[in-house]
Design a protein around this ligand. Sequence first.
Ligand SMILES: *[C@@H]1O[C@H](CO)[C@@H](O)[C@H](O)[C@H]1NC(C)=O
Ligand SMILES: *[C@@H]1O[C@H](CO)[C@@H](O)[C@H](O)[C@H]1NC(C)=O
Length: 465
Amino acid sequence: MGIFSRHNHRPSSFLPRYVVFFAFMFLALLLYFEVDNLVSQTKTIVGHNLEPTPWHVFPVKSFDEESTYSKASTIIQCSYLTCSSSSLVTNIPRSTNSKTTESNSCPSFFRSIGYDLEPWAKSRISMSHVMEAQKYAAFRVVIVGGKLFVDFYYACVQSRAMFTIWGILQLLRRYPGKVPDVDLMFDCMDKPIIDRAEHASMPLPLFRYCTSPHHFDIPFPDWSFWGWSETHISPWNEEFKSIKQGSSSLSWGRKIPVAFWKGNPDVVSPIRIELLNCNNTEMWRARIMRQNWTEEERRGFQSSKLSKQCRYRYKIYAEGYAWSVSLKYILSCGSLPLIISPQYQDFLSRGLIPKKNYLSIPPFDLCPSIKAAVDWGNANPLEAEAIGKAAQDFMESLSMDRIYDYMYHLISEYAKLQDFVPVQPSSALEVCTNSVLCYADDKQKSLLRRSLAFPSDESPCTISR
Ligand SMILES: *[C@@H]1O[C@H](CO)[C@@H](O)[C@H](O)[C@H]1NC(C)=O
Ligand SMILES: *[C@@H]1O[C@H](CO)[C@@H](O)[C@H](O)[C@H]1NC(C)=O
């Protein structure tokens, strides 16, 4: 005892108050600049500190309406303090519908995964493949030990990043401990970009929502399976149910015997522009309606409800800027789908069989081809109805369970090709269910909560070779 304990008891008598004060101010300033630095550099799932992709520019989201303080607290709270805390959603209830008797083989189009990954079957996927692909990516997805890390390079339009990454998190929830470590690049814009001819010497693995026969891009289920906040589209399981219910309100005979299309023609899509010329129920048996999102938003999306668009016997699918998310909703109607020969494929469209699930409409001679298909269907109502039903059945068999299975197999097969061990990139932050919810607005939160996945008792379906 003695001198030291006395010092410990009364330190202030040895340090003048102003020194303590300045030391405190210095620390506060340091903290302030550190926080400021963090806030201005942290890239987030909603697009903070990110520019749009240079290969597809769109209006950048401004966060100016947020005060500096609230922006800072959101970023610190959501990106830095949420995933590490132990308040994670625990006690996840097990899904109860374990159907063990049913054969658990995947739909046959899951074999497309083999085709999509074939370019790397011999070379395998090296870190330099991934790093080259980064030049075309909006974000990087790294899964290590069941945890998800995301590195953001560019903003995604609307809430695509949020719902896409949410989907991957739900896959991790559905199959805990089963999803392998993986490191992959993702672009969230519409058009495939890795041209097969241009990149023949070194194919680059890049995930996106669609591909084409001329591209290496790897198709992955699009964000709208978990909901599309901006257009009031619900998570897939709910949306399908509501469309099916809506379609059953009219028997085949009472459905309007013409072909229907409603959408946005102003998306740089020549085929949609041409389709406007077919808007004549007498001459071409087609009704073409313009979707005006500004107008729809004003009226609360009442007239764009997908379940109300199944009153026609025929539904036209026309690609937009690239593939269109509308395909799955059109196929769900139970109406006969008239698919204008697409240039792009999403992961599920490879499962469709002409004359079984849809009729193919050649893009040339568009209006007469639509008329011919409608006239055939009206003359052969049983066959036409059966094709419509087969399309609806196909979509019904693609439940969310199957979507997760597709993601699981794609990611697993990709992971097997990696010739390196994925590690968390130093610039990537962990993203978890709660951190996505933390950034979501009320409308988004509702969709996210409704599309939460639960651990499966069953194994993923098996792909027959
Ligand atoms: C198609 O015709 C209908 C009925 O005449 C009309 O209400 C609708 O606005 C037309 N669609 C377009 C895209 O012009
Ligand atoms: C869409 O609706 C808004 C508001 O009703 C209107 O101002 C605008 O001109 C419409 N756009 C098109 C392309 O028809």
